[in-house]
Write a protein that binds this ligand. Structure first.
Ligand SMILES: O=C(O)CCC(=O)C(=O)O
Ligand SMILES: [Fe+2]
Length: 328
């Protein structure tokens, strides 16, 4: 992709593809030096006596040993996952996600005032999990990116099927930026193309989700409630192959908030290192509980609303879409 094309944001074809498929791979968007800086920060944040050691690749294979594991929601080291959410508000990470390149693209797609990050503000996970033993809510108190999310190599672990999900918190546009070389089958983010169109109308609320309280003595329902239409759609999507967002440092995938996705399984021998972040507009405060009926792009920019969702076969192939044929 020519650098000149990126200066003023996305091309009409990139926007069309995003609209139709719910994701867009943007290779080489971010500064590789910044990526290297964030990799250093990740290693520097480990305790000095950790068994996981940067210069000993044999120590990179998961799961975390009992000695190294930590359930601190700001710096998780559990199983194969190493999530440093504290770094989500570090100036270098905020610069990667909310620097001019991605902010320009988010403005072009969302067409409204973006919520601004707070450098050195409150990171995701500051208020602990969403419910006892549950996941951490990416929106609760978060003033920066979600953080640096790593997946250790699985080593001899048996292969597992791919299983998709959608995120339970309100936002509009997701970003996953690779910090280092991530081979295919190496834990890259995976997306189910077109699933945003299938899933969007199954939600009760346009950006949010009904929540149910967690009670110890009534453990069958925890936090989020999904309806049958959504659950059936997820079952169907799980039968379809995802697109794998492998690549190198500085490569980015942007994705629609209702796109089905997963953290890939890491069958490589290198750690998957990525920054995850969300974009939202200030109008999300009023939009989030509206119903999902009508034009699903009504809240997006005029250019997105008008996009005809057409792109070439060659472009679809660059985006790794199997059996690519142009949509009309
Ligand atoms: O780490 C990843 O690639 C994805 C993680 C994810 O989907 C999530 O935390 O909701
Ligand atoms: Fe997710």
């Amino acid at each position: 992709m020519a650098a000149a094309e990126q200066i003023s944001g996305l091309t009409a074809e990139q926007m069309a593809f995003f609209k139709a498929q719910g994701y867009l791979l943007i290779p080489g968007l971010l500064d590789v030096q910044r990526c290297a800086e964030v990799r250093d920060l990740m290693w520097d944040a480990l305790p000095e006596n950790a068994a996981l050691s940067r210069h000993d690749p044999s120590s990179h294979v998961g799961p975390f040993s009992e000695f190294d594991q930590d359930h601190d929601s700001l710096h998780v080291r559990e199983g194969y996952r190493w999530l440093n959410r504290r770094l989500g508000v570090h100036p270098a990470v905020v610069d990667l996600v909310y620097g001019t390149a991605l902010t320009g693209i988010a403005s072009q797609l969302l067409g409204d005032t973006l919520r601004e990050p707070v450098v050195n503000g409150t990171p995701m996970g500051s208020r602990g999990p969403a419910w006892p033993g549950g996941p951490t809510d990416p929106a609760l108190g978060t003033q920066g990116a979600r953080g640096v999310y790593c997946t250790l190599p699985y080593g001899g672990k048996a292969r597992e099927p791919d299983r998709c999900h959608t995120d339970g918190h309100p936002f509009q546009l997701g970003v996953v930026a690779l910090l280092d070389e991530t081979p295919s089958d190496g834990g890259a983010f995976k997306v189910w193309p077109g699933s945003h169109q299938r899933l969007f109308p199954t939600f009760t609320l346009r950006y949010d989700q009904p929540r149910i309280p967690y009670y110890d003595h009534l453990p069958s329902f925890k936090g989020i409630v999904h309806n049958q239409a959504y659950l059936s759609a997820i079952d169907e999507l799980n039968e379809q192959p995802p697109i794998e967002c492998w690549g190198g440092a500085g490569d980015v995938v942007i994705w629609h908030h209702r796109l089905a996705h997963m953290a890939g399984h890491n069958y490589s021998n290198v750690i998957r290192q990525a920054v995850l972040g969300d974009f939202s507009t200030t109008s999300l405060d009023t939009l989030r509980a509206r119903p999902p009926q009508g034009d699903m792009w009504a809240d997006w920019s005029k250019a997105m609303q008008q996009s005809a969702e057409t792109y070439s076969d060659a472009f679809a192939r660059q985006q790794r879409l199997p059996g690519a044929t142009s949509q009309t």
